[in-house]
Design a binder for this molecule. Sequence first.
Ligand code: NAP
Ligand code: GCO
Length: 264
Amino acid sequence: MKELFDLTGKVALVTGDTHGIGLAIGLLLGKAGARVCVNDLNEDKLRSCREIFSKEGLDVFTIIFDVTCEEDVDKGISLIEKEVGQVDILVNNAGIIKRIPILEMAVSDYKQVLDVDLVAPLILSKRVVPGMIEKRCGKIINMCSMMSEYGRNTVSAYASAKGGLKMLTRNMTCEWAKYNIQINGIGPGYIATSQTAPIRENGHPFNDLVMTRTPAGRWGEPEDIANAALFLASKASNFVNGHILYVDGGILANFGYVKGENDL
Ligand code: NAP
Ligand code: GCO
């Protein structure tokens, strides 16, 4: 049974993972035996990430590159291939959100979100997939969202990107599954990270909406998502492809309820 989730000998690259969901994923894949490569934009955050991995007794290779820049990505992946090895597991986790009403949003803001959340997974995947095709083995996990299925006021750019990432995941599957590469997405519900801090903390009313829409009655933790990532990174998911695994406490199953009616 343990062998099913053993990642010993595998090289995993998680983008944007010095904190939040990505950090939880990197730590768990490392504990499962993978050689983990951590990417971010900021050396200070990478340094603190190295300290966290070290406290867990885990090796980690950290590297700065901007996931939206093809040249940066090519140099970064080449260094990983030289220093660590060919990427076996790619987790396209890096992401941003801008909460701006459409009429107030600059087109440049829209394009920036699309670049990080949708185009960057394409850039990373195009760079690492040739090696996976050659090995006839690989795992790609694209970090989608509830906004891959729903719209919401002020997050049009993010929803456009995450909706597109769901379809890009399916199209990658159509073209690459025949090489024994599994490409799936994870759709987290509302998770307690720095990205959601502005709509979660200090009694923000959005918290009530999340509680009403989440049957589990809680915000998710980054570790909840990491567990799903371990499944999709392991042999246990070798026949799962083009699937978006929603880890949402039941949000997608639930239209919502009036406070109190469920406490019958
Ligand atoms: P987070 O804490 O804001 O982490 C996002 C990470 O992406 C940060 O480390 C950030 O680095 C990095 N990043 C941003 N732009 C980058 C770029 N151009 N190149 C390299 N790295 C870049 O967010 P999170 O909540 O952990 O979210 C992680 C992923 O899960 C995102 O794709 C997000 O859309 C998705 N997600 C989150 C939730 C949630 O409720 N939190 C739910 C569904 C989906 P810096 O900090 O240095 O900018
Ligand atoms: C928002 C939130 C969401 C979550 C997540 C839900 O403003 O609605 O930030 O977008 O981050 O994507 O799955």
